[in-house]
Write a protein that binds this ligand. Structure first.
Ligand SMILES: [Zn+2]
Length: 67
């Protein structure tokens, strides 16, 4: 699996996973509609960061309820 830089994980390389429906709905409130499908979530297991798969510095944290 391809990895990407995750700033939340100490700027280490992490696998980024496709969004669930709930995650996707939240991301859709934060980014342009045409970009939602580019977003992936850090696969670390506890990390809340979602980011543009093609641009690691475009991203943000999901709310704690997604932990
Ligand atoms: Zn992470």
């Amino acid at each position: 699996m391809t990895t990407r830089r995750c700033l939340n994980c100490g700027d280490t390389m992490q696998s980024f996973l496709r969004l669930t429906d709930d995650e996707r709905a939240h991301v859709a409130t934060r980014v342009h509609a045409e970009d939602v499908d580019k977003y992936r979530r850090c696969g670390n297991g506890t990390c809340l960061r979602v980011q543009n798969y093609f641009n690691w510095d475009q991203g943000f944290d999901l709310p704690p309820s997604f932990r």
